[in-house]
Design a protein around this ligand. Sequence first.
Ligand code: HDE
Length: 705
Amino acid sequence: MPADTPKIPGVPSSTVPPVEEPTTPTTPPEPKPDQAEPEVRTATGTPADLPRGRAQQGEYLTTAQGARLTDTDHSLKAGRRGPILLQDHHFREKITHFDHERIPERVVHARGAGAHGVFRATGAASSITRAQFLQKDVETPVFVRFSTVLGSRGSADTVRDTRGFATKFYTEEGTFDLVGNNIPVFFIQDAIKFPDVVHAAKPHPDREIPQAQSAHDTFWDFVSLHTEATAHTMWNMSDRGIPRSYRMMEGFGVHTFRVVNAEGDTALVKFHWKPRLGVHSLVWEEAQLINGFDPDFHRRDLADAIEAGAYPEWDLGVQVFPDTPEQVFEGIDLLDPTKIVPEELAPVQIIGTMVLNANPTNFFAETEQVAFHPGHLVPGIDVTDDPLLQGRLFSYLDTQLTRLGGPNFGQIPINRPHAPVNDMFRDGFHQHAVHTGVAPYKPNSLDAGCPFMAGVTEGAFVDLPVEVPAAKKEREVSRSFDDHYTQVRQFYLSLSEIEQDHVAYAYTFELGKCYEQSIKERQLQILANIDTGLCEKVAAGLGLPAPKPTVEVSDLPQSPALAQVGKTWPVQGRLIGIVADDTTDVDQVLAAVQAVDAADCVPLVVAPHGGMLGGVVPISRTFLTARSIEFDAVILAAAPADKRVQILVDETFRHQKTLAAWGPGAAALEGLAAPGVVVADDPQTAVTQVLDLLGTHRVWQRDTL
Ligand code: HDE
């Protein structure tokens, strides 16, 4: 800035000394250990190929064209207090780019979190499929995106909703996408109903509320009229609708797929992801609190676990059915996406394991721009005529053309196949390739006929010559899709009593948020048809009469695999709060921290202030920043007379989590004698007992909700 800049009459000159420009570039400081970024890893590069991730790499700030800049803090104006000049190309370029930073969010599944990983096949599937990535010991890089369905990109994580579980396998034979959910059934049997169910479930079009919820009139209006939604709705009202963590969810391909082996034999399969940590959920009150206290709970949980090296793992399994012309197994129509095949009838056979071991380097570039598509198939895996799947085969590419701005989004690094691509597609918005030659067409002679068509022996994807039964054109589904209740009753009766209570509570909550009496009554009628006991509980909560069933629903054998409660699981990665204050014996707190750490769980010391406890133990949370929802269990090493600690204890108790104490901490648990409330003699014993109790996720015997 010239020193002789004229003064503005009446305004004192700035006392801030002018900055010397350009500033001398200095090497940025090394990140502190707890700020160290995760290992850089993308679909297209390994850590060695990629620059370590600071946003500013170069010496000087430049324009998008590479011209060095002297100033990026002030626009070019006609005088200090005058208007901005149109000629300020740097201002216009910077603001224009910023104005276009956002792309349309996904019409559904807008809110998500992603991770990189690797899939290793056991080879067990080689008898049913020739897919290369499913052969013994083959390792395939993957990218997974978990999501909620209804909420906007910035909505909270722990809403009651279905979760997306989409996996991109970058196989040597091309990309295979398994675009599934954490619930094995869907609301509709025909893709043409998708806009209806989504319009009904999304916020009301007039006020755009409620956000990311199904607890409103339009959702229940639709599902109470459209009874094929009953199965999915009941799964949503069960604990599956509020998972504890993405790491603790099952995943389902939902539809039946057709596989073909090297001999050309076909089979029908349903894909399942089984989390090594078990399937666990939040309780509803906890989920609601989290939405306020930590709306990024699931996103944070996934990223933290991966950064800490507690890599989440899932086994991939298949249920296998003979490929008969009817495509029916034990009376269940395999083309009906509102039905499951109970695992007791067709066991899930494990064919590989996926480990998620790296966080995305850049959320937008990877998690936001990743494009999944059920039509991304590889040789050995094909689709069936499930009318929902058939419609999906159209929808994904179509939506991505708009969302990702044209037909070349396959060139975005996260979407690039790892197999060589020779597609002869040319031009279009955002074309990044500089294609050479003049003959991007086939047949040609100018490129000597290249590229050639592959046969089965060269690993081509061959559309299976499946018979289509002689039929007339009609807007109908098979009559075998008509039963909307029997399996829903089976699901409800297969749950433990605690889970059944949660279902009743969820329906009562959601219908209690509706205004229209007729909608509540219609939904109660559906519940009466499924189970009169369930209907009576919900009706009592709503203060309405319980209707009598209008259809007779037969009883199927229960499927214990559907229940979550009653099993024991590994506890790695669980978060354990340890409450202490300045009067606590620091060595004992340290012993507890070490014991928790040794069990691969995360100790979080909670104290009245930040910093260090006794100069020895780092404090992770203060009474101000801690809330019970963050912890899977709480151990008290002190009993500070602070209301916030009282709330912490009360909520932990209410939400059926383990509470433990030793020494002076025992006073905080006075009057709480109940299962899962442990007073131990020393920190090690307290931690051992907590870890033991955590194996069942919650203390289910404590009926506190
Ligand atoms: Fe999707 N779905 N879907 N869906 N879906 C999308 O694709 C659609 C369905 C699923 O993390 C969209 O790129 C139709 C079932 C996941 O990027 C869209 C129908 C299942 C994701 C779309 C369904 C899914 C999507 C929105 C009825 C479980 C998130 C943005 C026929 C098996 C993927 C996009 C991600 C996303 C259409 C039903 C799973 C609009 C028409 C059933 C996990 O194309």
